[in-house]
Design a protein around this ligand. Structure first.
Ligand code: NDP
Length: 255
């Protein structure tokens, strides 16, 4: 099958990492539905590259409407890259239950709801690729991430279960776990101190670009990844594999 015949849904597709993923998959020749909460839906037209569509990933009816619209307009769904998510940075002892609930609802329940709706049509067709966007905060204990880290850690386990159960239906499911990436989310959630801490903890000493995450997601969606499922791909400048790092130039200057 040529890539030009494929159809993808990218949730969170109108901001940050999602924009880069949608652009990359469209450039690779796919029809892309960029589904996000802060947009109006546009009539789906098979001849266009990227289509905005309104969805709330925490609402099963809203997600069902999205998947139905894609199937009606395109008759197929090949890829899902689930980028929609929110971040909150708060100490564990000060995290209100409401915040924990909101983050779990959006990040974890959203992954379950969207993944299940898309996997049902993919399994029926006997093929598909799902990429869930996790986080290095779901792999390591990062301060301030009680809610966020718990939601992203659970996404890894959910993905592994999906991969195991959907393998016989020809559907692959993987996680891309980004480190710090320059997006509207980090612009609001990372203050100057946080940015310094991240840069000192990342062996490559910089934030990543949304396009760096998009290339990993595009690979996992592609037939080049046909024997990869249930995997976690960190796109993090070496953060999650790191331990004690050489002193940075900034630290040397300060001491
Ligand atoms: P952005 O905030 O730039 O993009 C996330 C998008 O998801 C926004 O458009 C947001 O809309 C949308 N969204 C939020 N809630 C819902 C919902 N209920 N239904 C549908 N859409 C929703 O964030 P990033 O691009 O930075 O993050 C994308 C993903 O990558 C997230 O899952 C995030 O956790 C993950 N990630 C990001 C990292 C980073 O450093 N940037 C690092 C590790 C993981 P609105 O703006 O209106 O809320």
């Amino acid at each position: 099958m040529r890539v030009a015949e494929k159809v993808a849904i990218v949730t969170g597709g109108l901001s940050g990492i999602g924009v880069a993923v949608a652009a990359r998959l469209a450039r690779d020749g796919m029809i892309v539905v960029a589904a996000d909460i802060s947009t109006q839906s546009m009539a789906l037209d098979r001849t266009l590259g990227i289509h905005p569509f309104r969805v709330d990933v925490t609402d099963q009816d809203s997600v069902a409407t999205l998947v139905q619209a894609v199937m009606t307009a395109c008759g197929r769904l090949d890829c899902l890259v689930h980028c929609a998510g929110i971040g909150r940075v708060l100490p564990f002892l000060e995290t209100p239950l409401e915040t924990f609930d909101l983050v779990l609802k959006t990040n974890l329940y959203g992954t379950f709801i969207v993944g299940q709706a898309c996997a049902r049509v993919m399994a029926a067709a006997g093929r598909g690729a799902i990429v869930n966007i996790g986080s290095v905060s779901g792999l390591r204990g990062n301060a301030g991430r009680a809610a966020y880290g718990a939601s992203k850690g659970a996404i890894v386990t959910l993905t592994e279960v999906m991969a195991v159960e959907l393998a016989e239906h020809g559907v692959r499911v993987n996680v891309v776990a980004p480190g710090p990436i320059e997006t509207p989310l980090t612009a609001t959630q990372h203050d100057a101190d946080a940015r310094t801490s991240w840069i000192e903890a990342v062996p490559m000493r910089r934030y990543g670009r949304p396009e760096d995450v998009a290339s990993a997601a595009a690979f996992l969606c592609s037939d080049d990844a046909c024997y990869i499922t249930g995997a976690v791909f960190a796109v993090d400048g070496g953060f999650s594999g790191g331990g004690i790092l050489p002193r940075s130039k900034r630290q040397e200057t300060a001491s």
